[in-house]
Design a protein around this ligand. Structure first.
Ligand code: PHE
Length: 435
């Protein structure tokens, strides 16, 4: 049986949730998606999705987790025994496999860049040579598979030892450091000649570039970046005691996550325009842009190293939360030991990741499957379950004294009952070209 640890307190819990949320989604995915969908307008849409759909669903996941103290499958089984709602839990476990399989490939890219930074590989290189480094890595499949393996190994070792104290301590140091480093890079980026074009791209909305697909992408990105729709936050909430204020925690994590993503955008786009790159470069965007700055900075070596080391930590703390969902299910419901679960499932996910390492198209396909389908469907079901299946009393009762004001409870209930489900359904209907 999983020894159900507890976070040391509210700060530890918020940092762990922040560690899950802040990751490649913010620094790798957000800038390139924003680049592909034309900048400022997409960012506004994204912020709207986080506030109206993301934070209410995060609160729902925290609530269900804390109420049941179980993994996603166990949680829905406990709340509505024998009902089909347990499917939300299954879907979450499936999403864990799908997402981690390609997430770990990109995590492997980051590790490779730590190696490149360590070996002074950026110094004095031209933008073309920096781009060539990325292309070179992509054409050497064995290299990607090697780093994928290392990345999975690190995740397995941490999860097999139990995460509570390790993740907490790691996040306490790494998340603030990543923030400071991004601020430093921002300072540099804003002094380059590309700053004006970059800022215009990020601040002047071009609404005509937004189609229905962009809306779906913004929602998918919000769910992905906040680790929602597959029971990650539910699992983290299950290690909570009742003292923690869930509403404040959800707002804190949601807004912190937006800030890191936007900060990453403000670092990347001035550099993109400064060095004449295309904003719509795709998944390789940060790997092709940031090292160009590192190559030219006087203190490029330590900055590059620190950046990629911190990014790999941010990726790892998210990967751990993905592996944790899958493992918690096998430990809780199938009676596996934590060690057996983390090693067996970690190796399965490594194998599932190989096709993504072999071709960027497959990686894109898995990413689309997760962010356009699995997470939105999971989020929709969680919203409907919380808003319509749980009774008002069940929802209300889980909040402790003073945790949520009557007004906020009404607002949240409205968002989770109407706004979140309707938003997701409309987006799906639009995508199926039904209207
Ligand atoms: N939120 C993580 C990131 O932004 C990715 C993630 C998605 C983690 C879903 C857990 C669950 O990098």
């Amino acid at each position: 049986m999983l020894s159900r640890g507890n976070w040391s307190g509210t700060v530890g819990f918020i940092l762990a949730s922040m560690g899950s949320a802040v990751g490649l989604g913010n620094v790798w995915r957000f800038p390139y998606i924003t680049g592909q969908y034309g900048g400022a307008a997409f960012i506004l849409l994204y912020i709207g999705c986080v506030l109206a759909v993301g934070i209410p669903i995060m609160l729902a996941e925290f609530l269900i987790g804390r109420k049941t103290q179980r993994n996603p499958v166990g949680a829905f089984r406990t709340l509505r025994p024998g009902s089909p709602w347990v499917v939300i839990g299954w879907l979450g476990v499936l999403s864990g496999f799908v997402i981690l399989s390609y997430y770990a490939v990109v995590g492997g890219w980051v590790l490779h860049y730590v190696y490149l930074a360590l070996t002074h590989s950026f110094a004095g290189k031209s933008p073309e040579q920096i781009t060539a480094l990325f292309v070179d890595m992509n054409t050497h499949s064995w290299l990607q598979i090697f780093w994928l393996g290392i990345f999975m190994l690190l995740s397995i070792v941490i999860v097999s030892r139990g995460v509570a104290s390790g993740i907490e301590i790691g996040n306490r140091i790494m998340i603030p450091l990543l923030f400071v480093l991004l601020l430093g890079l921002l300072f540099y980026a804003l002094q380059t000649d590309g700053a004006a074009t970059g800022l215009e791209f990020l601040l002047r909305p071009q609404w005509h570039k937004l189609g229905p697909i962009a809306v779906l992408e913004a929602l998918g990105q919000a769910l992905f970046s906040l680790s929602l729709g597959m029971g990650t936050m539910l699992t983290y909430g299950s290690y909570l005691s009742r003292q923690t204020n869930l509403v404040r925690s959800a707002c804190f994590v949601g807004i912190g996550d937006i800030l890191v993503a936007i900060l990453a955008g403000f670092v990347v786009f001035p550099l993109v325009f400064n060095f004449g790159l295309q904003p719509s470069t795709g998944p390789g965007l940060i790997f092709r842009t940031l090292p160009i700055a590192f190559a030219q900075l006087p203190a490029g070596y330590p900055v590059a190293l620190a950046f990629f080391v911190l990014l790999s930590f941010a990726a790892l703390t998210s990967a751990i939360s993905l592996l944790e969902v899958v493992c918690a299910y096998f430990v809780d419901e199938q009676g596996w030991s934590r060690k057996k679960a983390s090693w067996t499932l970690g190796i399965v996910i490594f194998v599932l990741g190989i096709p993504s390492a072999l071709g960027e198209q497959f990686l894109d396909f898995m990413d689309g499957l997760a962010t356009n389908y699995l997470l939105p469907i999971g989020a929709l079901l969680i919203a409907v379950f919380t808003g319509w299946v749980l009774t008002r009393e069940e929802r209300k009762e889980e909040f402790g004294a003073g945790e949520i004001s009557a007004f906020r409870f009404v607002c949240w209930s409205f968002l989770i009952r109407y706004v979140s489900p309707v938003a997701v359904i409309l987006i799906f209907l639009h995508q199926l070209q039904l209207f």
